[in-house]
Design a protein around this ligand. Sequence first.
Ligand code: CA
Length: 407
Amino acid sequence: MKSLCLLLATLVSAGCASSSQPVAKTPPKPAPAPAAAPARRTAAVTVQAPVEMLVNGNFADGDANWVVEQTSGATGQAECVKEGPVGKAALRLKVLTISDAPWHLQLYQKGLRVEKDKTYILTFWAKSDRAGDITVNCMQDHEPWDHHTQEVMALSTEWQQMRFTFAPPWDDDDVRICLTNLATAPDQIYWFANCSLLTTPGAKPAAAAPAAKLVLPTPPSPAAGTAAHAVKRVVVWDGEQANKGAGWTNPTTCTVELQTAEVHSGNTAVEFKFQGSGAWLGAGWNWCAFQTGPYGTDITAMKNFTFWVKKKGTVSDLQINLLCNGKEFDMPEHHTEKVSVLEYCPQLFDGQWHHVSIPLVDFTQPKGFDPLHLGELQMFNAGAGDGSFFFDDLAFDDGTGTSAGEK
Ligand SMILES: [Ca+2]
């Protein structure tokens, strides 16, 4: 384990150019008993032609290419540790002293080039030893230091994936991506991991997209529509208001990742992409981001699982099941039986987005299943395929109204 103390002012190392990679997780016990154990992947944001702009975003090369800036008496001690999600590398930054401005302690990569009005998506994992806000920005690394492309993000004591989408107001070949306003409390400790900055050529943020602030997966979302058709509904993942999520696939030639090319709401949806002759092409999308324990969505008052789905390319029957959480991840009693989406959406193969509502009673629960803590959608291309299924707006509703028109 590489340990280091970062000194005053900037520290830049010309490190290895390893780009940020999805973190492999411990293989789960797969639902349909495949021969090979699935390899887990955390969420990675991708677009049609993604270009990873950060170097050493996952801290695999220690602090290489990262700068801890300490000014005007604010100081911190940074160390690369194996304390990231699933035991991977993270940068731990302890605040030693603060001064008269919180931005006097910040972590950033510099020398990045951005183009006006292109969309950039910064994702990273973060937590702190106490709840509090940090500020994330893309700022000019020169006069006039414009940094209004920024967002305040709330950290908690649990790992969360943060997401900051922005479109710079300038063409600039000397900007920083900053995690700043860190000097607010002496002894506060931050952890950062798996940082990634991607760009979508030519695309602008969707006007309706809210601020990319991470929210917990379980708060009820206000039901759309009129009071007469009020639906008690919990959106567990939509990529925007509810954007905590991580995925796994089996085999690892499949991918399950965020992307922005095909969406139903906002500017993000999940793509399960696969190619194979049909042995077992599967994936999971976990809105607890694999955090085990009493976390997840209480579905005991719910009647339906709803989502929007679209297919692309050559696919077979789409089968899905739900997974509950527990002390250990993915135990046999955590899987519902699978259902065939085609039975609920016969037009699935027409290549359009479709709203699917499946009664929860159709997802047969095994003995020991915990409906108080639902955490994952599992998806399978049941046969040969060379294509994708896109998912957006995963939700549960209590069936008291129609949700077909909702996002
Ligand atoms: Ca979405």
